[in-house]
Design a protein around this ligand. Structure first.
Ligand code: FAD
Length: 364
């Protein structure tokens, strides 16, 4: 429960509350100022492994920190935490110095290449020839791909199976087909790989074992979305509470109408449920338990709930909440993507069903 935190986590919560007010919401805040303050405050390294100088926070600590920051709906949230290893976690050999270390130090940027266009006959594939790997194929939705130095890419290596492979974006045969922006304002690129020649050392971990590695990163991001959604829900509810306490034209508090109260209470119920799921799941994860199904459940519930909260809040606040730069209008755009990114809600529901019916996995 968010209430029963240890002394240390309560301190972290208070640090993040102060940090948001002092740095993220400062009128002259910038990416650089937030990053430098977060290093000072010890927040930056929470997402980085201790082997590389990070403090490698627990899932619960990350939930507390991210949710507390998101509760302020601040800009520059993405500058607070340092890059995490993602699929490069635990990698050995030359990739450590050539890619992992520069990534964690912020010297190189990486993206994740998983999704493929619908209309391709063959998934991105690789053929091993001596000590090289030849990769061809397409990835259709690579976030921040145009700025990336390398893409951690899912490649089906013939005779071995799905593997994660590091593809440097400056190699011959790597082509950006298209750059685009989604509703939430984030930037993406579609890539074509035409016989890209790589050393075998660019295969991350064991060949053929790339899918569990990719799914671990996707699972962590699902919990991250649920955490941010939970924080934003609190921000929406605080805004709505103030709005409903204020008087309408007749001089009566807006929240006096039964139908308005009904909607408001319904939103609070959903936020309470989402937070409870989130904290329970983080605690289970910190016991070393598998949370694949639970993080899918958290992600589906929290991202749908935050969408409903923002949508209903706009309805209750009225037309000026839809003006382009109103924080509710901006949040509406931001949270919509989460019901598709890192797994569409419909597909995750099917996976949760399969988890219990076919694999006997998943808690209630
Ligand atoms: C903001 C954003 C950032 C992203 N960043 C990345 C990234 O960095 N790297 C990356 O690789 N990808 C990225 N993606 C892509 C994302 O992973 C996919 O959009 C997502 O997995 C859904 O796949 P899709 O878009 O192909 O939709 P589809 O898989 O075509 O699904 C669309 C709809 O079809 C239905 N459907 C599809 N399959 C089934 C099924 N098996 N059973 C039942 N119903 C089904 C569902 O209703 C589903 O919602 C990003 C997407 C967004 C929106």
């Amino acid at each position: 429960m968010p209430e029963l935190l240890t002394e240390e986590l309560t301190k972290l919560h208070n640090t993040c509350d102060d940090f948001a007010g002092k740095y993220l919401l400062a009128p002259n805040a910038s990416h650089e100022s937030v990053r430098s303050a977060s290093k000072q405050a010890g927040l930056f390294s929470m997402t980085q492994p201790s082997d590389f100088g990070g403090s490698q926070a627990t899932q619960l600590a990350l939930v507390v920190a991210r949710e507390t920051l998101a509760k302020h709906n601040p800009p520059y949230m993405d500058a607070v935490f340092g890059p995490s290893p993602g699929v490069l976690g635990g990698v050995e050999g030359t990739l450590v110095s050539s890619h992992l270390q520069p990534l964690l130090a912020g010297e190189k940027r990486c993206s994740f290449g998983f999704t493929e266009p619908d209309n391709v006959a063959k998934a991105t594939f690789g053929i091993i020839d001596g000590d090289t790997l030849l990769v061809s194929g397409q990835k259709s939705y690579v976030t921040a791909g145009a700025e990336a130095d390398f893409i951690n890419t899912l490649v089906h290596i013939e005779g071995m199976g799905p593997s994660m492979v590091v593809i440097d974006t400056n190699l011959p045969g790597v082509e950006i087909e298209n750059k685009f922006m989604s509703l939430d304002g984030s930037h993406h690129a579609a890539f074509k790989f035409n016989k890209v020649l790589l050393p075998l050392t660019h295969i991350i971990g064991e060949p053929g074992k790339g899918l569990p590695r990719a799914l671990k990163q996707i699972g962590d991001t699902r919990l991250l979305f649920a955490t941010l959604a939970s924080g934003y829900m609190m921000w929406v509810l605080n805004l709505l509470t103030e709005h409903l306490k204020s008087n309408d034209k007749s001089g009566e508090p807006r929240g006096n109408k039964d139908v308005v109260r009904w909607h408001y209470a319904d939103l609070r119920i959903k936020a309470y449920a989402a937070r409870s799921m989130l904290y329970r799941t983080a605690r289970i994860a910190d016991q070393g338990e598998n949370i694949v199904n639970e993080s899918m459940a958290c992600k589906v519930f929290a991202t749908e709930a935050v969408g409903e909260l923002v949508d209903t809040a706009i309805q209750l606040v009225g037309g000026h909440a839809l003006v382009d730069d109103h924080p509710l209008a901006l949040l509406y755009r931001k949270v919509r993507a989460w019901r598709l990114a890192e797994g569409a809600s419909d597909i995750l529901r099917l996976n949760i069903g399969r988890g219990i019916l076919e694999l006997n996995k998943g808690r209630i």
